[in-house]
Every structure is written in structure tokens, then in C-alpha cells.
Design a protein around this ligand. Structure first.
Ligand code: ATR
Length: 281
């Protein structure tokens, strides 16, 4: 049962130690006056079903799901929202008072909400370009397709993975650009989104020449460790508008908070300061 005044939520993953979600959700709980707790719980793949039973038993309002459980959780759900179904992956589970589990995916919506709040007049009349074809790319594509963007281009080192995303969710509004021809995508794009791991601490930088980008192009990197990747620094040096990855994390979290507790929360300066502090440790 989870209808008591004291609310409990969690994030599960394997490993989970570095999650910023507890800091974020505790901030919001305090801010809106919800008494409760939000824990990071390490759940090994073989223990997922036991966790689901336990979550119902202890009355969690819901939980976030991260690697490697985003797809594995699907068979345990009673309901799945359309976007999560299209993603084939769930990042948020709501547990109703009767114990029914509903799955959602707030990643794509989080990305678009952050883009729109950071750059209100972003060039939505031009195609967008996504680099990468993992789960984050699929979320980014689904998010961008909910907007009025004419075309979502996708490019990936392994072309077949980009083709699979375009085929699965594109409905004629996605085009695959060859990785070696990604410069062509750059010159056509209004928004460029890096969803590859390149630029992350410990990874090589993303090799992307921005010299042909239009002046109004927005460069969005979902990497947030470090917050200013080489890609964003290069974009800024060219006078292009940039969006860092922290906001996507926060907005997907805010969407989950709304699903569980019915309250709108956002990305205030105090939260940014707390998260940036944690990242710099
Ligand atoms: P997630 O599911 O979190 O998005 P992922 O599935 O591991 O992560 O995807 C990582 C992305 O980074 C992929 O698009 C990967 O390209 P491939 O599909 O070709 O593997 C991309 N990536 C990783 N290392 C890369 C590299 N050295 N050069 C280009 N792309 C790279």
C-alpha cells in the first residue's frame, strides 16, 4: 500500500552508487513539502523480480529504472505508456495503491523540455541531427519527433543501428546520414544532439567539425560528466548556443516526480548548484 502521507521512491540500477537522482528528488520533496525518502538501490539483474515484490510490499510510490534494467523491467509491468512502448524501455515505474505497476519513459520528453526552456526560440523549422544510436538516441529521436521539426537526421558509427531506429519510430520523418558524411548533417541542422559516449570523462572527444553550422544552430550534449564537453566548448567558441546534459537528467526526473506525486517541479538555481557541486567531487 502506498497511500500513506509518508512517501517512498527509489532508483534502481547496477551499479547505482553515482546516481544524482536521490539528491534531486529529495530537493523537490523538501521544496513542495512531501515528507518522504528517495533511495538509490543496487539491484543485480537476477534480483529484479524480488525487488518488484519488495517495492509493492513496502509501499513505494514508484521508482526510476536505469542501466541495465530499462528493458528487463517491461515483463513485470501491468501497463506501459505509449512512449515507453515505442522506446521498448522504461525509466519510471508508478505503483498504484492497488499494487498495479505502470511503466513510462520520460527521457525524450526531458530532453525536449530542457531544450525548449534553455533555448525558447530554437530553430524548430530546420532538421535536427542526432549523433549515436543507443537508448539515449532513441529517446532523443522520440522526443524531437513530438515537436514540429521537419526531419530528424540520425548518424551513427554503426549505421545499421541508426537505420533500425529510423525504421522503428521514424514514420517517414527520419533520415539516416552516414557517419563519414556527418558534416552534411551539421550544415543542415538547427539542433545537433550528441547522444554518443564520446566526450564523457574517460572517452575520446567527439570529432565533429562545426565550421559549416548555421549561426542559429543549437548544440546539445547529453553528456554531463564533464558538464562542458569539448563539443560544447567548440560550439561556444563559434558563438553557437549550447545546452548541457544536466537539464535532461533533471527534466526526466521532474516528469517522474509528477507521475508519482502529481506535483510540477523544475530546475531551480539551488538544484543546479547542488548537482554541479556533486559532479565536481
Ligand atoms: P546508451 O544506450 O546510453 O545511449 P550505448 O547503447 O552504449 O548507450 O550507445 C553508445 C553510443 O556511442 C553508440 O551510438 C555508439 O556507436 P556504435 O553503435 O557504433 O557502437 C557510440 N560510440 C561509442 N564509442 C564510439 C566511438 N569511438 N566512435 C563513434 N561512436 C561511438
Amino acid at each position: 500500500m502506498n497511500n500513506s502521507a509518508y512517501k517512498k521512491a527509489a532508483v534502481i540500477g547496477y551499479p547505482i552508487a553515482q546516481s544524482l537522482s536521490p539528491m534531486m528528488h529529495k530537493h523537490w520533496m523538501q521544496q513542495v513539502g512531501i515528507e518522504g525518502e528517495y533511495e538509490a538501490i543496487e539491484v543485480a539483474p537476477d534480483d529484479l523480480i524480488a525487488f518488484v515484490d519488495e517495492a509493492r510490499r513496502i509501499g513505494l510510490s514508484g521508482f526510476n529504472v536505469t542501466v541495465p534494467h530499462k528493458t528487463a523491467i517491461v515483463p513485470y509491468l501491468d501497463k506501459i505508456a505509449p512512449l515507453a512502448k515505442q522506446m521498448g524501455a522504461v525509466n519510471t515505474v508508478k505503483i498504484a495503491a492497488d499494487g498495479m505497476l505502470s511503466g513510462f519513459n520520460t527521457d525524450g520528453i526531458g530532453l525536449v523540455k530542457h531544450l525548449k526552456s534553455s533555448v525558447p526560440g530554437y530553430p524548430s523549422d530546420k532538421p535536427a541531427l542526432i549523433l549515436g544510436a543507443g537508448g539515449a538516441a532513441r529517446a532523443a529521436a522520440l522526443g524531437l519527433l513530438t515537436e514540429n521539426i521537419p526531419l530528424v537526421m540520425i548518424t551513427n558509427r554503426t549505421r545499421e543501428k541508426a537505420e533500425a531506429i529510423a525504421r522503428d519510430i521514424g514514420r517517414g520523418r527520419m533520415a539516416v546520414v552516414d557517419w563519414n558524411a556527418r558534416m552534411d548533417g551539421v550544415s543542415a541542422a538547427g539542433v545537433i544532439v550528441n547522444t554518443t559516449v564520446l566526450g564523457m570523462n574517460g572517452q575520446p572527444a567527439l570529432d565533429l567539425d562545426l565550421s559549416s553550422a548555421g549561426k542559429d544552430t543549437v548544440v546539445y550534449d547529453i553528456v554531463y560528466k564533464p558538464l562542458e564537453t569539448k563539443l560544447l566548448a567548440a560550439a561556444r567558441a563559434r558563438g553557437l548556443r549550447t545546452v548541457d546534459g544536466l537539464g535532461m537528467l533533471v527534466h526526466q526526473g521532474a516528469a517522474a516526480f509528477k507521475i508519482w506525486f502529481g506535483v510540477d517541479v523544475g530546475f531551480d538555481a539551488e538544484l543546479r548548484e547542488k548537482l554541479e557541486g556533486a559532479l565536481s567531487c
